[in-house]
Design a protein around this ligand. Sequence first.
Ligand code: WA2
Length: 267
Amino acid sequence: QRRQSMDRAEERLVSMCEERARMLQEQFGVTVNHVHAIAILIATFNYEKSPPAIDADTFAKYTARTSFERPLLNGVAYAQRVFHHEREMFESQQGWIMNTMQREPAPPRDEYAPVIFSQDTVSYLARIDMMSGEEDQENILRARTTGKAVLTNPFRLLGSNHLGVVLTFAVYRPDLPADASVEQRVEATIGYLGGGFDVESLVENLLSKLAGNQDIVVNVYDVTNASEPMALYGPSILDEQVPHVSMLDFGDPFRRHEMRCRYRQKP
Ligand code: WA2
């Protein structure tokens, strides 16, 4: 009798965890796909047309109207690639000076990635050189050599200070061949599109709507380095209960994530 109820409890935990992992992965996937489409939109409308057929106001309107397509993202922003020798011209044309994330004037470097377009929900990113943040810089460099969606380590996002990860796509000149080399990719890079997955608040909101949510504790980790899991979501765990582990694929082959579920109280 006791054996059977244990099995049923275990089965219920497994199915609740798998359901949550599938849902989260699905919402991650649709969000990544939509950001990819905006990256292509920018390449098309900002580069192939002269003068550019997109400006900051149009970008803000379009991204606000399509935010339902990106349910887990705090917003999207576009950072233009600017070389050091172009900086003076760029700043005088824009009429502003690029800042670091610490809100200081950006110190000299070989190249910069100042945000020129942003969704209103992340308007605090405007004018910031995204190369000034360690996580953002790593993402930018990896995005442009791979041509794929890339994710950062879990860290606290600007603005909300919520735990999350940043998604970045490189934007290329539209003449980049499909089989381009790494060097060709880097050379053809004109900017970067991305935003923050606000895991702390948007995943909470997603899970809170599911039946049985009060019964279980859900954690999400970045387990790219298996011996050093990095917490991305959920409370710190004190008890030694063995969790059920569900695999998560957020679309960046360089990273591994997993969901771990436990009963709040032993059944
Ligand atoms: N987006 C939202 N919140 C953030 C953040 C970010 N980066 N960085 C820190 N907090 C413009 O990679 C290009 C968005 C990064 C793109």
